[in-house]
Ligand binder design. Structure first.
Ligand code: HEM
Length: 486
């Protein structure tokens, strides 16, 4: 078995284990849906045991492809009791993304995050409070508020790459992780970023915290394993750092932390320090891998594709002619080619390859093949974005990197309706950090394209499927040579 096959098999086994564990956890809950009378047929069912041989021999994606070919866009996997239903394609995705939380939500699947983020936020609080917190986060990251971040991010990016020499070889993965740590902290926690030691400490504590996102902690979030103990210590320390940052603010800053401090509940109540700290932990932890992996995939794809690399450089030349070397939000909004290059990298390498929900009530779907099904309340529901983003009836030659597919006239991300492109999710829980992610990645890549000739030295990276957000595996070595575009 070659390395690619081994890694996809590993992913299959990991995912298979996760889904089994999820299913086992759900089995603990009493099934209150058994006596329901359905008005439509239920989806075709495949027994999980029948999937073990194919999963051992081929990738998860190939196995899903076989099931899709056999059963169509909706089918259920029976995990010896608990059921997991897959929804493939935009036609059957609406309820998953738009349904009320009382009808379909993460349910108890995210309970294990309570010790990571705290009792005061996320799944530690009731749905109404959680929705108010989501709203605070959406407001804090609104595109109009992000305009004030363009300059600070630009300065961070310039200062970081000023340390590179005239020419050299670097690991793009390491470099982009470092620069993104600085840019996102500058916008989320403006004053803390100036203290390099605190910043380094925050990121190493986050690492301990995220180690708590493993199968054992998922099943038993509170047992005193060494990992859980380190997670709890990291949580306490992070809370102390953020609480101190809130208390020590003598004057308002232009950052997300300030916006969370200034947020008010519908009844006029202010946010507490513990809630603000919890929301900051959520923001930094959800943003760091997604944005860095997307920027690395964008680089790897661009540097392997002469046509689009040239187009992205030409676009920068054009924008320099119009706006000069300074970048503001007008200049950024005209970087359509770069935007599409990032969007396409994310289509091919979604940071959330599989999205999960639990159906609390029965809902129905109409498939593209003309079938209608009831999806029973109690089922786990999965949208495999990694598969859906490569459906050939939506995306022409889906395995080809083609950022032009999003250009006016083609707009393949719209041909199947609003859930054709779900790399940032969709509907009720669409990623509130999307504009922020694009802002940072565009500023970094426009700087690199303007100031350096770049070449990919490593072979094109494989995906590391052992991570929740599949990262490019190993180092991604590039060579650079300074240049000045004009
Ligand atoms: C390229 C970068 C990013 C990608 C690909 C991405 C992807 C996603 C996806 C797919 C979801 C929906 C998950 C679901 O429906 O199950 C999501 C939700 C979320 N994202 Fe992002 N994300 C990115 C960057 C960010 C950033 C920069 C932040 C914050 C600073 C952020 C904060 C969040 C939060 C808080 C949620 C939960 C929303 C909710 O519960 O309603 N993300 N993200």
């Amino acid at each position: 078995m070659d390395w690619a096959a081994a890694s996809t098999t590993l992913f299959s086994v990991v995912l298979f284990s996760i889904v089994t564990v999820v299913a086992a956890k759900l089995l603990k809950a009493k099934n209150k849906f058994n006596n329901h009378v359905y008005t439509r047929p239920l989806p075709p069912v495949v027994n999980v045991l029948a999937l073990i041989p194919p999963l051992l021999n081929k990738s998860l994606q190939a196995t899903i492809q076989d099931l899709y070919t056999k059963f169509g866009s909706v089918f259920t996997i029976n995990f010896l009791g608990p059921k997991v239903t897959l929804l493939i394609g935009p036609e059957v995705s609406a309820h998953f993304f738009q349904g009320l939380d009382s009808e379909i939500s993460w349910g108890n699947l995210l309970e294990f995050t309570i010790p990571m983020y705290g009792q005061e936020v996320g799944y530690g609080v009731d749905t109404a409070t959680r929705n108010e917190h989501s709203n605070f986060i959406i407001q804090a990251l609104q595109p109009s508020k992000l305009r004030s971040h363009v300059d600070p991010i630009f300065q961070e990016v310039e200062a970081y790459f000023a340390k590179w020499g005239q020419d050299g070889t670097v690991d793009l993965k390491h470099e982009l992780e470092q620069v993104l740590m600085l840019t996102s902290s500058r916008c989320l926690l403006a004053d803390v970023v100036r203290h390099q030691m605190i910043l380094t400490e925050i990121y190493s504590l986050l690492h301990e915290l995220e180690n708590g996102a493993n199968i054992i902690s998922f099943l038993f979030p509170y047992i005193p394993t060494p990992t859980n103990r380190r997670r709890d210590k990291a949580h306490i320390k992070l809370k102390e750092i953020f609480s101190a940052a809130v208390r020590s603010r003598s004057q308002a800053q232009e950052d997300a932390l300030q916006r969370l401090i200034d947020s008010k509940y519908k009844d006029g109540r202010p946010t507490t320090i513990a809630e603000i700290s919890g929301m900051m932990i959520i923001l930094i932890s959800t943003s760091r891998h997604t944005s860095s992996h997307t920027s690395i995939w964008t680089g790897a794809r661009l540097l392997s594709n002469t046509k689009f690399l040239k187009a992205a450089v030409e676009e920068q030349k054009h924008i320099i002619c119009k706006y000069g070397n300074q970048i503001d939000h007008h200049a950024l909004s005209e970087m359509d080619t770069l935007h599409n290059c990032i969007k396409e990298a994310l289509r091919m390498h979604p940071a959330g390859p599989v999205l999960f929900r639990k159906a609390h009530k029965t809902f129905n779907v109409h498939t593209k093949e003309g079938n209608e099904y009831d999806i029973p309340g109690g089922h786990n529901v999965i949208i495999p974005t990694v598969f859906n983003s490569k459906l050939p009836y939506i995306y022409k030659d889906p395995r080809v990197y083609d950022p032009d597919r999003f250009s006016p006239g083609r707009q393949e991300d719209k041909v199947g309706g609003k859930f054709s492109y779900t790399s940032f999710g969709g509907g009720r829980h669409i990623c509130p950090g999307m504009a922020f992610a694009y802002l940072q990645i565009k500023l970094i890549w426009s700087h690199l394209l303007r100031n350096f000739e770049l070449e990919l030295m490593s072979s094109f990276p494989k995906a590391d499927w052992s991570k929740i957000t599949p990262a490019p595996k190993g180092k991604v070595m590039i060579s650079y040579k300074r240049r000045q575009l004009h």
